[in-house]
Design a protein around this ligand. Structure first.
Ligand SMILES: NC(=O)c1ccc[n+]([C@@H]2O[C@H](COP(=O)([O-])OP(=O)(O)OC[C@H]3O[C@@H](n4cnc5c(N)ncnc54)[C@H](OP(=O)(O)O)[C@@H]3O)[C@@H](O)[C@H]2O)c1
Length: 260
């Protein structure tokens, strides 16, 4: 019985602080809510979606949780560093960092890709995570439970079909960053990544047609697309001591769309 109780407790984030980037909408919002529901003080980061981020925090507080909303354009080095500093001022610590913010920006085949789009894809999907992580490392090392989660894309595995090449390349760099950090920060901080399949969020409202979403459903062995809450459950596992012997790992949450 004692062993069963300690296994249940290993998902607890009581007394810890978690910073989730891109937490106004979609997957980030669901992760922020899940981590707060398990006791973490939440840094709800947003860039343009301030109203949505306020709403994320309101739902956290209504459920008995605590946190703060912080806005920053993470493609800007100074703003990204200030985000970490402002969160540390409010929370006094960082135990969990979820580098979730990211976007394809626009679709383009590589042979036609404007340099600006290539650069922006890397700024929004990789430089952002690099700036935030570098600033947060001392606090994560001091935590004693430090956990970093980087949000990848299935396109890392499949290549960026349909013009998602710049995005796929940037997410691929984020995966290599995950592996490197896992080695460099061990044994103090664990660093893992997640590779969601097709998850129904504002991302696809912007970048996929309803017909394409239906096609994705048909192609997925579990016969549906995923929800943000399903990604959040897996993120809770990586954030918490439940995954305490995992670092440098890549967690698939894809309904069987890609089998390793
Ligand atoms: N949905 C999927 O099927 C899927 C699959 C694989 C991976 N992903 C990844 O999951 C993550 C979340 O995506 P989502 O599906 O939840 O879509 P989403 O709702 O569109 O979320 C994207 C988030 O990234 C933030 N963001 C974009 N550019 C930013 C910048 N320059 N600075 C700071 N924040 C920025 C946005 O913040 P604001 O809205 O505040 O501007 C937004 O919260 C992304 O990294 C995405 O690549 C999604």
């Amino acid at each position: 019985m004692a062993e069963a109780a300690s296994k249940t407790d290993s998902f607890s984030l009581a007394g810890r602080a978690a910073l989730v980037t891109g937490a106004g909408t979609g997957i980030g919002r669901a992760i922020a809510s899940a981590l707060a529901a398990h006791g973490a003080f939440l840094g709800v980061h947003c860039n343009t979606s301030r109203t949505a981020a306020d709403d994320t925090l309101k739902s956290i507080v209504d459920a008995g949780g605590r946190g703060i909303v912080l806005a920053a354009d993470l493609s800007r080095e100074e703003e990204a560093a200030q985000l970490v500093d402002r969160f540390l001022e409010a929370a006094g610590r960082i135990d969990v960092l979820v580098n979730n913010a990211g976007a394809p920006i626009a679709r383009s085949k590589l042979e036609d890709c404007p340099t600006d789009l290539w650069r922006q894809a890397f700024e929004v999907n990789v430089f952002s995570a690099f700036y935030v992580t570098r600033r947060a490392v001392p606090a994560l090392k001091a935590s004693g439970h430090g956990s970093i989660i980087n949000m990848l894309s299935l396109s890392v595995q499949t290549g960026g079909a349909g013009g998602a090449g710049p995005y796929a390349a940037a997410k691929g760099a984020l995966q290599v960053m995950t592996r490197t950090l896992a080695r460099e920060l061990a044994p103090h901080v664990r660093v893992n990544s997640m590779m969601p399949g097709v998850i129904e969020t504002p991302h696809h409202e912007k970048f996929s047609t309803p017909e394409r979403m239906e096609q994705y459903r048909k192609e997925t062995p579990l016969a549906r697309n995923g929800s943000a809450d399903e990604v959040a459950d897996a993120a809770l596992f990586l954030a918490s001591d439940a995954s305490r012997f995992m670092t440098g790992a890549l967690l698939d949450v894809n309904g069987g769309r890609f089998l390793r």
